[in-house]
Write a protein that binds this ligand. Structure first.
Ligand SMILES: Nc1ncnc2c1ncn2[C@@H]1O[C@H](COP(=O)(O)OP(=O)(O)O)[C@@H](O)[C@H]1O
Ligand SMILES: [Mg+2]
Length: 254
């Protein structure tokens, strides 16, 4: 449990977040709350700002305005380091080290107990590859090694950027199962995907399009409010209704 960190209130509270990347206004004015203990899907097409938003929450994104609070502290605060796990879109482990060597290294940086390494390897289903170099693993195994690293500190908030990309259906299902288990133990999970049918795995959905929140609802609520039969259809309905004034977009057919 959280100790000095806030244990009540939302896991993440974002108010009027504004982010520019290069010359592009990626997030013009984003406000959002992420409740605790749930699996929240951040869904939307590529280029919509999912990674940028996640970087803002983890505290590694330079922001032009607004506030991001995580567990009651400003995003990126030093005391959040072990409490917020970040699984980046590209694997973030060393190719020339084994799975175990990577996790021992990251574990030492976080100051976690030695026994934790074997636990997280087990959790992500890599026990059979623990002694293998990352370079010799499949893409899916590599991303699970990154996930194991993000789990080392028993994060209260796990931010996972497109963790299921490139996984076969069986691994995909087992990863969602793991996310559900972590949430059942009280963690908050923010999981991005550009695959809309992953919506059914989530307690809540945030649909992001051109840097704007198109919807923030339960899966059932989203379908009820749009009259759609799938998250994909709901997204398309909402996208058609949204003002077509995307950040950095000019012109284009109506
Ligand atoms: N370093 C950067 N410099 C300029 N623009 C960027 C940079 N990184 C991302 N972008 C732009 O920001 C927008 C949102 O990107 P991103 O957050 O990666 O979206 P998503 O994760 O949903 O695919 C895209 O239009 C992308 O081209
Ligand atoms: Mg992305």
């Amino acid at each position: 449990m959280g100790g000095e960190l806030a244990t009540a209130g939302p896991a993440v509270r974002i108010s009027h977040l504004r982010v520019k990347r290069g010359r592009r206004l990626v997030l013009p004015d984003l406000s959002l709350e992420i409740p605790r203990g749930q699996v929240v899907g951040l869904l939307g097409p590529s280029g919509g700002g999912k990674t940028t938003l996640m970087r803002g929450i983890v505290g590694v994104q330079i922001v032009a305005g607004g506030t991001v609070e995580v567990l009651g502290r400003p995003a990126g605060a030093p005391d959040l380091r072990a409490k917020v796990g970040y699984m980046t879109q590209a694997p973030s482990v060393y190719a020339d080290l084994t799975v175990t060597e990577n996790l021992v290294y990251f574990g030492a940086l976080l100051g976690v107990a030695k026994g934790r390494v074997a636990e997280v390897i087990d959790q992500v289903g890599l026990a059979g590859q623990a002694g293998d170099k990352i370079a010799n693993l499949s893409g899916g195994q590599r991303s699970r090694a990154s996930l194991a690293a993000a789990l080392l500190g028993r994060p209260e908030l796990l931010v996972a950027d497109e963790p299921t990309v490139g996984l076969d259906p069986v691994l995909r299902a087992s990863l969602w199962q793991l996310f559900r288990e972590l949430a059942a133990q009280g963690a908050t999970l923010l999981v991005s995907s550009h695959v809309m049918d992953e919506a059914t795995r989530c307690d809540r959905l945030v649909l992001l399009h051109q840097g704007r929140v198109l919807a923030d609802a339960t899966p059932a609520g989203l379908l009820a409010s749009t009259g759609a039969v799938s998250a994909e259809e709901a997204f398309l309905t909402l996208e058609r209704q949204a003002p077509q004034t995307g950040p950095g977009q000019t012109g284009g057919a109506p």
